[in-house]
Design a protein around this ligand. Structure first.
Ligand code: NAP
Length: 244
């Protein structure tokens, strides 16, 4: 499905990003596994993909850094000559109630600015190619808001605005830009939630369970393939029916 495609996936050392990298590699793409701190996990994923006959390479870059992203995307283009798919998945939470939230916990540049940084540089290449797929990982928190996540929700809502603006700007160049808004997904990000919080959350999910990273990866695969060529500027919830 993605033979000959070059796919850059940010925050792909773990969780949803790692599942997307595996899925895209299984479908023929050469995947660039971006990470920041988890070098061993990123290298293990690279080895696993290659062992299964896929193509993968790791690249360390803090996506919140504009200049480092310019070098990162520039290096990918130098090596492969193109970027067909960009998945902005790197993300962090710094939960806390609004009244006590530290300024630096609001100011983090990973989620929203990191998404801007890579689009800023990769879109130039996609415009020249007159083709590309950009997939931004938002969250249901960005759609509905969430108590205790004012910073995270604002950044994820910002990603939705960025997605729609980029979709409008880039559509004439045949570049699709969409957002995925997951609900609760079983990863390191949710593993720390107490059993009480998890049970409470499940009570709000009509399908009665958390999602799996592989399920989000299936949607990302669809949005990166020709099967979704007529979809752009959309936010697709994948949340067991939590938001409807
Ligand atoms: P995770 O397991 O905590 O993994 C986060 C990934 O982001 C890691 O690979 C991490 O890499 C990377 N990362 C963090 N800061 C980075 C930076 N500055 N530069 C580059 N990479 C960075 O999280 P996840 O649950 O898979 O979440 C993936 C995305 O889905 C995030 O955007 C998250 O907000 C979103 N999401 C998750 C859920 C959920 O329930 N899990 C729900 C809705 C939305 P290193 O470890 O190498 O630093």
């Amino acid at each position: 499905m993605l033979n000959e495609k070059i796919a850059v996936i940010t925050g792909a050392s773990r969780g949803i990003g790692a599942a997307i990298a595996k899925k895209m590699a299984e479908n023929g793409a050469t995947v660039i596994i971006n990470y920041q701190g988890s070098v061993q996990a990123a290298q293990a994923l690279e080895a696993e993909i290659i062992e299964k006959g896929g193509k993968a390479v790791t690249y360390k870059c803090d996506v919140s850094d504009f200049d480092k992203c310019e070098k990162f995307i520039g290096d990918v283009v130098k090596e492969y000559g193109r970027i067909d798919i960009l998945v902005n998945n790197a993300g962090i939470t710094r939960d806390g109630l609004l009244m006590g939230m530290k300024e630096e916990d609001f100011d983090s540049n990973v989620n929203l600015k990191g998404t801007f940084n890579t689009i800023r540089f990769a879109s130039r290449t996609m415009v020249k190619q007159r083709k590309g797929k950009i997939i931004n990982i938002s969250s249901v928190s960005g759609v509905t808001g969430n108590a205790g996540q004012a910073n995270y929700s604002a950044s994820k809502a910002g990603i939705i605005g960025l997605t729609k603006s980029a979709a409008r700007e880039l559509a004439s160049r045949n570049i699709n830009v969409n957002a995925i808004a997951p609900g609760f997904v079983d990863t390191d990000m949710t593993i720390t939630l107490s059993d009480k919080v998890k049970e409470g959350a499940k009570g709000q999910i009509p399908l009665g369970r958390f999602g799996k990273p592989e399920e989000v990866a299936e949607l990302a695969l669809f949005l990166s393939s020709e099967k979704s060529d007529y979809i752009t500027g959309q936010v697709i919830n994948i949340d067991g029916g939590m938001v409807m």
